[in-house]
Design a protein around this ligand. Sequence first.
Ligand SMILES: *Cc1c(COP(=O)(O)O)cnc(C)c1O
Length: 430
Amino acid sequence: MILPSHLSVRGGHLHIGEHDTVALAERFGTPLYVTDEDRVRENFRRLSEALTAHYPKVRILYAAKANGNLAIFRALASLGAGADVFSAGELTLALAAGMQPDTLLFNGSSKAPADLALAVEKGVRVSVDSLDELRQLDRAAGAAGKTVEIAFRVNPAIDVPTHPKIATGLATSKFGIPASEILDAYRHALAAEHINPIGIHCHIGSQILAVEPFAREVEVLIGVARDLIDIGVDPSFIDIGGGLGIPYRRETDRAPAPEEYAGAVMPVFLKGIKELGIEPELWVEPGRWLVADSTVLLSRVNSVKTAHKTFANVDAGFNLLVRPTMYDSYHEVVAANRADAPAVREYSIAGPICETGDILAKDRMLPELHAGDIIAVLDAGAYGFAMSSQYNSRPRCAEVLLSGGKAALMRRAETIEDLTALMATPPWQA
Ligand SMILES: *Cc1c(COP(=O)(O)O)cnc(C)c1O
């Protein structure tokens, strides 16, 4: 198997950074999410350098939903990242991690009045998704005696090669304002008393392994910028969203490197702004690309069963990693405590959840497995823990962060008591 540079096999054990995953599983228990902070930092730097090599005015807004742990936010904040936040919770965490309000963009197609009020109060820019929302935001800003800077989320009607559930820029998606109606939206924003339209926002989808859709997206946004200049808006940022994919199937996926991504989008962007005579900041909102490969999910084999096929029944299921069940996603799995043993048999890695669909990995050639062995699920850092649940009344597992030779909890495991802690007894049952 091809391993990224922060993963290695030493003495038969899978290592992440300097750490033996088997020792981590013993020390912290399983299931366990383990994140290599150094890898997150390296990913950020690489993407940042790839983009700024073309143009200095680039801002990276981490897509907070990919991994919501404060420790991840802090690591990225220390590198100068802002964040694309999609809820009051994400906004609050980003500020708590030390990100400045003017490095955040509050996105979302369904913001509540309290969300809009919070953005106004904190001085966070808003990506507005409808005229209805614009009116409400104008009112909220007026009530607070402030002006809010906004972008509109443009729906560019671009078809992208990814799973339909994560294609967000289709003409039929729930996100954004159709490109054909966007100018009218900006006119409304200009007329609104407490709104200052300064940006253009777009996000075409996630896990995109081709660069060409991003180049087409930038072309659409440059067209929008051209129209905006005509009505008197000088865009100060153009936000092209996230979506750069990673090679989950390490043997066969062809994933664009950040340099290739930058090489596709930056020339279109630079040519466009030069023609228009503007120098807006370029914003990008990577989620998956920054954090996915930094993390492994460690899980222990409870039992092995051969029926119509052979199952390794492990202690992590779609309660902790829903991507295989929800998006038919593929994650590489490694027998962490016998990582250099020959693959001898096909196993399906099945979780402990009472659902047929609770399969983390299907039909993988692996070494002989036994109860007690440790399975590492790779590339689990994006939309992994973030989408976990307590389904089947299973407490969520702990998350450990690594930095060099250090390892520490960044979230403790939940307990059975945590499951009932928020439940209340209706008085007639007391
Ligand atoms: C989810 C999301 C992103 C990040 O997508 P990735 O595929 O994780 O890079 C960026 N922007 C917006 C608006 C999003 O909803």
